[in-house]
Design a protein around this ligand. Sequence first.
Ligand code: HEM
Length: 357
Amino acid sequence: MIHEEITELETTILDHNEAPFDIRRDIMFSLVSIMEQMVTGERKKGSETFDSFVGMIDKNFGKTMGWIANMFPMVRYIPGDPFGLMEVIKDTVRNRAFMVNTVRRARDAERNSIAKYYYEEMEKNLKNGKETTQTERQLCATIGNFFTAGIQSKTTTLCWALLYLSRNPQVQERMYKEIESVIGVRQLPTLEDRANLPFCEATLMEVLRVANVFPFGGPHQTNKDIFFRGYFIPKDTQVIANFSSVLHDSKVFPNPEEFNPSRFLDEYGTINKPDEYIPFALGKRICVGENFARSELSLILTSLVQRFEFLEPRNKELATGVFVSAAERSPLPFDVIAKHRYANYTEMDQDLYTYKE
Ligand code: HEM
């Protein structure tokens, strides 16, 4: 399913005819489509999910005040709604209804899906009188998390990856050479190939470190009095982790602002992961989507580099800034040129190319 979506993405990118373009929407669209198929078992290209649900997330995710209102609910009652919170709340209610309809449709359909399995398991447990926390509301919240926590973070990570690769052609070429020698150019990379692509793996690790998409964790609360490194933190204190302080710590990652995938490879070219490498947090509240995110990001990134060379547009002012919302650190909108590597191959190879089949 992911391969099908990557091939679709390849076609969409080809439509830009090697002209500079902003790839964010194309990437996001593909990720939504993959997630949607997992959740509902249905593939609806150009779907209402994108326009209604994900569009809303993209619009509201960066609203700093939304996050602050989450932590300090009393700001909602400031007269005149100076922070535009009512719009976020209205969108949330509208999308809750959309989510309920979506999961119910999946429940009643023939095809397999996460939503259908969840309902089956919940009904089985209820029938057998087994204690369960499963409810339709929980299902909608979980799926909502998949879309909010999952799509935005992966889209932004892939954008950072393509920005760094277009500005570091030697890294991109080394990735390509590794892919070419291990997998070739005819088949798309699979999850099994990951172990044999250490440089590609190190590059993704470095993107996640240097881009530092989530500089801070969500607000958590101490459930007892704690002494930590000489500090006393009383019970019921809100604590927010500062991941940047670790991921950009020059004692662990020398020249932390430098994009250098080799820092994760030892002298034998195998992956070396320091304990301080925590882009998905750590402990009990570690990101639940870590494995899924790493696998999907690796598949998409290696496939894109296998098929395209990403270049910075010439004669165009380059976007260099960073947009930091309360939750996320993303690059300012930027254009890339995607040059298809297809032109380098012989007639025979061209016929075997997946997207031509
Ligand atoms: C590049 C991709 C991703 C990054 C960098 C990332 C990072 C993180 C981080 C740092 C946290 C911990 C925040 C805290 O301290 O509270 C977190 C939590 C979480 N993530 Fe991710 N995430 C990614 C992708 C995903 C995906 C694909 C999903 C779901 C499909 C997901 C679902 C969640 C959920 C539900 C939590 C909350 C866990 C909890 O509070 O127990 N994330 N993520």
